[in-house]
Write a protein that binds this ligand. Structure first.
Ligand code: ZN
Length: 1005
């Protein structure tokens, strides 16, 4: 994947995308002019199917390009956020990562656009709301989304030329794939190392034991098929990939006959077809190599045992992961696939699910393993049940318990209320109006479509719900599925992964040996070539391209006026209410914030646990399992979370609070508010067994998040001593919170009494009417019900904080920033770093200038130095308009000390660089992609509610952003970049933590 930080989770991972439906409102009418039916011919295409899907308010049209056989699915829908995607079927025969390296190299320049990295260049010349490239387990897809018709044409042209006519130069292949390179490009005697973007990306990925477990268990499940390989590449084998392999793979796979096109939105289908057709001229039909996807069914179950790195934050005896994977149905059968999804939910989701009770509540494990659930990203799907945080001696017991649960479910079936709750969730899911619906559909259907399922069939919800109800009436339906796929199945894999203290050393030694072998293969003379080639690559990386061949939007494509979101403010029972009345498709969205008094840190660090406790412990009269069923039956979910926001006009002031939120169909408004009130008022904090499993689950989740979000943790830690709200963020969600949660996880039952006391103190200090404010988003017709039942929630809360706990309240408000350099040891082969400086509040005139400065630093300087040259997966600078902090960061970084030097040279770079008008325009376009990105209906008015940003403030800021000049950039750089800063590196202390200057502090958890 290319756009490193925007959606890292979607790279290679099976895409478990929540199916949440429907449209962003738009006044444009549907543009497809002709009513089409199957058999019609249009611009060289044959219409194969036309179907309306009422519940999603769309018409789906499936076509085939007659000359090449390219497939095209168009989703005609009244939504302005149009999507284009072109994808190829790319099953692989080994783990060299050929499909993945090709995905990267394809975007490094094409015949019509022979500039370096047109994809990244286009990020700055467009108002795209999404641009990406993804390698899945057997396909590669290149999608974008935009609301602007000119932009759509521009990007479509660049994408089509990239995939069908890429340059695929050898130097780009080496930059993106792998290469041998001297550490010092001027010194032949300096050490040689492996470098390359994909090489380091995958080293970073497999540092995550959750990913490793998921990937390796999947590979073991499908021997003899394409899925036994790592499609993203395994670092051990990536270095076997050759340039010729890459060229061959492109030739055989990136052909229209092997392509699927996807278009979505309110732009005209006829236009799409006419454009695409011209780009496919010259191609005929081509034969695509066969790759097996269907494994031979095993005669008996199999078991695989492997190792992963030891996590120093977690007790050694609680780090085993294990899972049971059952090979299930062919995904061509859409109804069976739908039924298996429902079955998986019934078995695994929520406190009342039998697997949750048997495995998590019983403390056999801390949480489900990363591969748990129904996986339909392979031609033959699988259902997996697994645990992490298991004691080594409990492995056999887990297997017995899973079997017992399955036997019982086959005998007794499932409670009809739980089945109804699951179907209710699906109904509600299809009514949500999200701004990224076109992309959601694309992710939903892609894998099935490439595996031969009918893509339109995959969109039907109501049809399958109705059929499921019929089946349930006929007899024990889920019971028969359990019997067929889970109990009488012999293709079952037990996958066990134990932690191993020597894992990282073994991995590093393997790389060292492989490196020595590769170097030996190079003769002395070739080493000279190696140096020349590295110098050539560096020269190429340093060239400032003439990008004028690329299409671009102009500055006047950015609308001058901020769209206004009309909200109304009223009071109800002395509580301020913000109303956003709009078309919501029959759903009410509710948010409330209780402002916290200034608590002592000792107590404040419990706030996140308090929030989770509210929807995890149950009440005195109802178990969490019973409550969870009610929540699923009547709402789209209820939640509680800690919030911190910096004041828009003073970065030394902030608000801390607890937010409650939920949504429901309008017919369930009363139930939603009543459930919320019961959770807040009646939660039973004395439920020690539930509290223990909550703490363990949280600790496990947080520990696992470090290797994926290390840059976020580095950033939070680096800024923690700069402003009060970042100090609060570190305490509530940073490394400090993770350490705290691990301490709690190690406590005995007796010690938990003290934890319970703290949670009760927060309940009495934090939740009361006087500090409450509420926001409701709903349709006109639901206002009365909301007023009526909301008042029940408000008056059900205590009026004031309990004064007996007032000693827990902090009275100082003075904040003095300090500046620290910290190295934090984590079990990862790659580093994460962040350097943070104080800026200004949202309303300050320099805020917009700092934001443009960061955009330019990223695209003109840091991207080249950190990603292209230093080989990190991502890096840049961001300015937090709302936090008032300027932060440099790197992600999956093989050499963080070099990156730190790059950060420190930023000021010199600004002084040397001459900013052109085009630079400024591009920085503004890329910023307005975010400023003007379509938002979900549920989020409209939230900047106002959470941070107090009025339409007027946002309009002023818009004008400030648009009017930033070259001189402004130089001025703010001089003024702010030279200040004192906080800096943090997360990485392997044996590698990156040694030889740090003496003013660095080293923490090893
Ligand atoms: Zn990638």
């Amino acid at each position: 994947m290319i756009q490193a930080l925007l959606s890292t989770s979607s790279c290679y991972r099976s895409m478990h995308v929540a199916f949440r439906g429907t449209n962003t409102r738009s006044l444009l009418k549907t543009y497809t002019t002709k009513a089409l039916s199957s058999g019609d011919q249009l611009h060289g295409y044959l219409v194969q199917q036309v179907q309306k899907v009422e519940e999603l308010e769309l018409t789906a049209i499936l076509l085939e390009h007659q000359q090449t056989g390219a497939q095209h699915l168009h989703i005609d829908r009244n939504d302005a956020n149009n999507v284009f995607a072109v994808g190829f079927h790319t099953p692989v025969k080994n783990s060299t990562g050929v499909a993945h390296v090709l995905e990267h190299t394809t975007l490094c320049g094409s015949h019509r656009y022979p500039v370096r990295d047109p994809f990244f260049k286009m990020l700055n010349r467009s108002l795209a709301t999404y641009m990406n490239a993804l390698t899945g387990s057997d396909y590669t897809v290149y999608p974008f989304a935009t609301t602007n018709a000119v932009d759509y044409k521009n990007l479509e042209g660049v994408y089509m030329d990239a995939v069908f006519h890429p340059l695929l130069s050898e130097l780009d292949y080496k930059q993106e794939g792998w290469r041998l390179e001297h550490d010092d490009l001027t010194d032949l005697s300096s050490p040689i190392n492996f470098k390359g973007v994909v090489y380091n990306e995958m080293k970073g990925r497999i540092s995550d034991p959750g990913y490793l477990f998921y990937k390796q268990s999947q590979q073991s499940m499908y021997p003899g098929t394409t899925y036994e390989n790592a499609s993203g590449g395994d670092p051990t084998f990536i270095t076997d990939l050759t340039y010729q392999d890459l060229l061959d793979f492109h030739k055989t796979h990136y052909h229209p006959s092997n392509a699927k096109f996807y278009t979505y939105g309110n732009f005209s289908l006829e236009d799409h077809l006419a454009t695409i057709r011209t780009k496919l001229n010259g191609f005929g039909k081509s034969e695509i190599p066969f790759v097996n996807k269907i494994p031979d069914r095993w005669a008996k179950p199999r078991k695989v045992v492997s190792n992963c790195a030891l996590d120093p934050m977690v007790p050694v005896d609680r780090q085993t992961r294990l899972s049971y994977s059952f090979l299930t149905n062919d995904i061509h059968d859409s109804f069976e696939t739908f039924s298996m999804r429902v079955l998986s939910t019934l078995l695994l989701e929520g406190h009342s699910s039998p697997m949750y009770e048997a495995l998590i509540d019983s403390h056999l494990g801390t949480s489900f393993s990363s591969n748990t659930g129904y996986n339909r990203n392979t031609r033959i799907s699988n259902l997996t049940i697994g645990l992490q945080g298991v004691k080594t001696q409990d492995v056999d017991q887990v297997e017995t318990r899973i079997k017992q649960v399955l036997e019982k479910a086959r005998m007794d079936g499932f409670d009809s209320r739980r089945i109804e709750a699951t179907l209710h969730q699906m109904e509600l899911g299809s009514k949500h109006k999200t701004s990224k619906f076109g992309l959601t559909i694309m992710h939903w259907i892609t894998s099935g479509w490439f595996n031969g399922a009918d893509p339109i069939d995959l969109l039907h919800i109501n049809k399958y719900i109705a059929r499921l109800r019929q089946e349930l009436q006929k007899g024990p339906y889920f019971e028969s599925l359990i019997d067929k796929y889970l109990l009488r199945n012999t293709h079952v894999l037990t996958y066990i992964m134990h932690p191993d203290a020597s894992f990282n050393t073994v991995t590093a030694n393997e790389e060292k040996d492989r490196l020595a072998r590769k170097i030996q293969q190079e003769e002395k003379q070739q080493q000279q070539q190696l140096m020349e080639q590295a110098q050539q690559l560096e020269k190429k990386q340093n060239i400032i391209d003439d990008v004028s061949c690329l299409p671009t939007l102009r500055i006047d494509d950015i609308p001058l006026k901020q769209p206004k979101i009309v909200v109304e403010h009223t009071g109800l029972c002395n509580t301020p209410i913000q109303w956003r009345t709009t078309s919501t498709n029959g759903i009410t969205y509710f948010r409330a914030i209780c402002t916290l008094p200034p608590l002592m840190d000792d107590l404040k660090q419990y706030v996140p646990l308090f929030c989770d406790a509210l929807h995890s412990l149950g009440t005195k009269s109802q178990s969490m399992a019973e409550l969870d069923d009610e929540i699923r039956l009547y709402t789209g979910g209820l939640g509680f979370s800690a919030t911190t926001s910096t004041n828009h006009s003073d970065i030394n002031a902030m608000e801390e609070g607890i937010m409650f939120y939920g949504n429901c169909l309008d017919r369930n408004i009363e139930k939603m508010y009543d459930l919320t009130r019961r959770l807040i008022r009646e939660t039973n904090f004395d439920n020690i067994p539930k509290l223990r499993s909550l703490i363990r689950r949280n600790a496990s989740y947080l520990n696992n998040s470090i290797v994926n979000s290390g840059h976020m943790y580095a950033k939070t830690y680096a800024s923690a001593t700069l402003t009060p709200s970042s100090a609060s963020n570190e305490l509530l969600s940073g490394i400090t919170q993770i350490k705290f949660m691990n301490q709690l996880a190690a406590k005995s039952d007796d010690d938990l009494l003290d934890v319970i006391e703290h949670l009760k103190q927060i309940a009495t200090l934090a939740i009361h009417q006087t500090s409450l404010r509420v926001a409701v988003t709903c349709g006109e017709e639901a206002i009365n019900d909301n007023m009526k039942y909301l008042s029940g929630l408000i008056t059900g809360l205590p009026e004031n904080a309990d004064i007996k706990f007032s000693k827990e309240i902090e009275h100082t408000t003075q904040f003095d920033p300090t500046f620290k350099k910290t190295f934090i040891g984590i079990p990862s082969q790659v580093d994460f770093s962040a350097k943070s400086l104080r800026g200004v509040p949202y309303t300050h005139i320099d805020s917009a200038k700092l934001q443009i400065l960061c955009s330019l630093l990223t695209s003109r300087y840091l991207h080249r130095e950190i990603r292209e040259k230093n080989g990190a997966y991502g890096g840049g600078a961001i300015y937090g308009a709302l936090t008032g902090l300027l932060t440099f960061y790197s992600y999956r970084d093989p050499k963080s000390n070099t990156t730190v030097e790059t950060y420190n040279k930023a000021m010199d770079w600004v002084r040397r660089y001459t900013f052109t008008d085009q630079d400024l325009t591009e920085a503004k376009l890329s910023l307005f992609q975010q400023v003007d990105a379509p938002v979900n209906v549920s989020m409209e008015g939230m900047p106002q509610f959470i941070s107090g940003l009025s339409d007027n403030m946002r309009q002023i800021r818009r004008e400030q952003l648009l009017s930033v000049t070259q001189n402004d950039i130089k001025d703010v750089a001089e003024q702010y970049l030279n200040q004192a800063y906080g800096i943090t590196i997360l990485g392997d202390e044996k590698k990156s933590g040694k030889d740090l200057p003496s003013d660095w502090k080293i923490h090893i958890p």
